[in-house]
Design a protein. Structure first.
Length: 737
């Protein structure tokens, strides 16, 4: 927002009386035109003040103020969705500029029209590009390099909208380089544009890199509004890649410097707090928002209702959650569609994605399917790029819905679409990281080679100097001491012989050094190749397990025997537990250990979504940040699968809700305690852990022996399984330092 109402009032006092009303009307119009969380009524107020200012400017014959009013009126018409009148005002303003020869202002209006013109289709984007090119031509003629590059930045952004990512990437990087050469203070605009482009592509690593670079630059300017927006964007991408703790830090930094109450930021704060388990803090934020004056902005209301719905669902209040999700869906998007198609498409994605996820997790598959199909239709019709995360989420949710309806072929097709997107995102990220590491490695190696050459050159130079000194001493001695010629000559010959031997030794040492360096280089290459081979093995094992799971799903469709279907289902869950481990090893930098906290969270989410029961399940999750060797991670994963599956299937047949807890703590000397428990009906009264007949419990017993651990099963109330084992330290086993 440009100015506060108090600032406008103070300025009015200092203006001569004949211009006071004109200036005040323009400033008030500008205030409402750029007000954050602007409502449609406030936009009407802006139009009213600007129209009065335009009439006054024409009465006073002030072309300067007339142009300013025409520019503001054009922007207001664009915001109201009246594109024709917006263009008309800008054209009139440009004609005025040509009359008085103000080429710079004419170029600025062309650029402004390009920014505001809606990009509803290819025609809209083409019009924007015409405007930008007209502005570019004038700025080049005026030799204004900053404005030239600013317009070129807008052209590159339009190429992103056209999905010409390779063209846009080259343009944006060239612009960034020129901004740096010009020492432009707003270089952060180029960093932000690059981050936005990588967001569309789905390259998360590069997006994070450029968002951090943009923040470094914008913090130097003192522009708190833009800094807050950049903090918020970084928090969002950290959420996408699963680093919610980091995301929360950046979101809180964003809120801390907000000068206005930002509904979007507080809505996202609720989502973060719920995801991290801070339910009480989330309720406090909800209470604060409810007490605050309601927003007149449709987009803000959608974010608030979505956050409220997510919060109450996580707290177990499904009725209240559905109420807020339906309030979110009832928001009228027609005005947004008319004014700004890009905003409408974003809101459409957000709303349908949120409510379909709610119904899916509530096991209301028919309702979820309706909104998921809306999303698929939208993907086909959208003129702008759809972020890959929305498409991936939609396809995996449809896969689950189709499987619940026993449409296994459709389920597998949707799963493949989801997997292709995820693999694509992962490969793009990895390739860029590998290239970055390669550049860093080559730079370090090159610096090292330069230092070695410089050192060899200094040694050789010293040797030459020493040889020259010795030769001079020899000749001087020979000329001065004729009587000692024989001794000097013999000494000279001995010295030459010694130098010859030294040179031979030095040459041999140099040869050995070259061979040693070549051997080290070969060894490094072999290590890198081995690491990638191991990762490829994990990837292929994971893919093979997924194929077997898909085959089991297909096979179960043709079985009539309930026990056979159940056995196949149990086998599928066991293979999925192993598949998740190989997936984590493939994606991790360390291909031999698995982070238990991340792995168990994924396993719980999978098992929770796999069973359709009438019971509302809650999971208590308390796992230390522990990395476990693969030889122990797979048995632990299978033990967790058996225990959690048994609890879901048998523990809560007599209740409407239940809790399953999983905790892993590390004791002294690498001893770990795994505790799995539930508050269900428990085992039968005569249960004897020493006389186990159940397949699942026998499997648990065998797996505990495999990791050289001990276990104890209690049943009062519910079931409690405690397993104690020592973590394998690979370095100790291999006797490494």
């Amino acid at each position: 927002m440009g100015q506060s109402l108090i600032t406008i009032q103070n300025k009015i006092v200092a203006i001569p009386s004949d211009s006071t009303e004109l200036i005040s009307q323009l400033d008030l119009g500008d205030y409402y035109l750029h007000k954050p969380n602007q409502s449609y009524a406030e936009l009407d107020s802006a139009m009213k003040y600007i129209s009065r200012a335009l009439k006054l400017a024409r009465l006073l014959g002030s072309l300067k103020f007339e142009n300013r009013a025409l520019l503001a009126a054009g922007e207001a018409y664009f915001q109201k969705g009246d594109v024709e009148r917006g263009v008309s005002n800008f054209q009139e303003c440009r004609l005025n500029c040509r009359r008085v020869g103000d080429s710079q202002f004419e170029a600025e209006i062309w650029n402004k029209e390009g920014v505001l013109f809606p990009q509803s289709d290819e025609v809209g984007i083409a019009h924007k590009l015409v405007c930008y090119n007209n502005a570019l031509e004038i700025f080049k003629a005026l030799k204004h390099p900053i404005q030239v590059n600013t317009v070129m930045l807008n052209i590159a952004n339009s190429h992103v909208d056209q999905k010409k990512f390779n063209v846009a990437e080259k343009e944006l990087k060239d612009i960034l380089g020129r901004f740096k050469d010009l020492q432009y203070k707003r270089t952060y605009l180029a960093y932000d544009a690059l981050a936005n482009m990588y967001d569309f592509i789905g390259n998360n690593a590069m997006e994070v890199f450029f968002r951090l670079e943009a923040i470094k630059e914008v913090e130097l300017t003192g522009d708190t509004a833009t800094t807050s927006a950049y903090y918020f964007k970084l928090g969002e991408i950290y959420t996408v890649i699963g680093k919610r703790e980091d995301g929360l830090i950046w979101l809180e930094k964003s809120i801390a410097i907000d000068k206005e109450f930002n509904y979007y930021h507080y809505a996202e704060l609720i989502n973060f707090l719920i995801a991290l388990g801070h339910k009480k803090k989330a309720l406090d934020v909800i209470s604060m928002i409810i007490k605050h004056s309601p927003s007149n902005n449709v987009g803000a209301n959608i974010e608030i209702y979505r956050a409220f719905g997510n919060a109450y669902f996580e707290m177990g209040n499904q009725t209240k959650a559905e109420m807020y999700f339906l309030k979110m869906m009832n928001q009228d998007l027609s005005e947004a569609k008319r004014l700004d198609l890009a905003t409408y498409e974003h809101l459409y994605l957000v709303t349908n994605n949120a409510i379909s996820a709610f119904y899916l997790h509530s096991h209301q598959y028919e309702k979820a399917k309706k909104y998921l199909n809306n999303m698929v239709a939208f993907f086909k019709e959208s003129s702008a790029p759809v972020p890959p995360i929305y498409r991936s989420n939609t396809y995996i949710c449809l896969s689950i819905v189709e499987e619940s309806e026993h449409h296994y072929k459709q389920s597998l097709d949707y799963y493949k679409l989801h997997k292709n997107i995820i693999d694509s995102i992962f490969n793009v990220t990895k390739n860029s990281q590998i290239e970055e590491f390669k550049i860093k490695y080559e730079t370090v190696a090159r610096d090292k080679d330069i230092k070695t050459l410089q050192s060899d050159s200094r040694i050789q130079s010293e040797n030459v100097k020493n040889a020259e000194l010795q030769r001079n001493v020899t000749f001087v001695g020979a000329s001065m001491l004729i009587v000692m010629f024989g001794m000097a000559y013999n000494g000279y010959r001995n010295k030459r012989r010694s130098n010859f031997y030294l040179k031979e030794i030095q040459a041999e040492l140099n040869t050995q050094n070259v061979k040693l360096l070549e051997g080290l280089d070969t060894q490094k290459k072999l290590v890198v190749e081995k690491e990638w081979l191991v990762k490829e093995i994990h990837h292929r094992v994971k893919n093979n397990l997924q194929i077997v799971i898909s085959l089991l799903n297909t096979q179960s469709k043709y079985l009539d025997n309930a026990k056979a279907k159940e056995a196949i289902g149990e086998s599928k869950h066991r293979m999925q537990a192993m598949s998740l481990i190989h997936q984590r090893l493939y994606q991790s930098e360390n291909s031999t250990t698995v982070n238990l906290k991340q792995y168990i969270r994924e396993l719980i989410d999978y098992l929770d979504a796999s069973f359709i029961t009438g019971t509302k399940l809650f999971f208590n999750f308390a796992v230390d940040n522990i990395d476990l060797d693969i030889s122990q991670a797979i048995p632990i994963g299978l033990i967790l699968n058996e225990a959690i599956t048994n609890s879901i299937k048998y523990a809560f047949t007599e209740t409407d809700s239940g809790t399953i807890g999983i905790s892993i703590t590390q004791n002294l000397e690498d001893e770990l305690t795994l505790h799995i428990y539930d508050d269900g009906k428990g085992m039968q009264q005569n249960f004897d852990s020493g006389n186990i007949k159940s397949m699942g419990l026998r499997l648990i017993s065998g797996l505990v022996k495999q990791i050289n651990g001990s276990y104890k099963i209690d049943s009062n109330p519910g079931v409690s399984i405690k397993i104690i084992f020592k973590r394998i330290n690979v370095r100790n086993v291999l006797n490494l330092d």
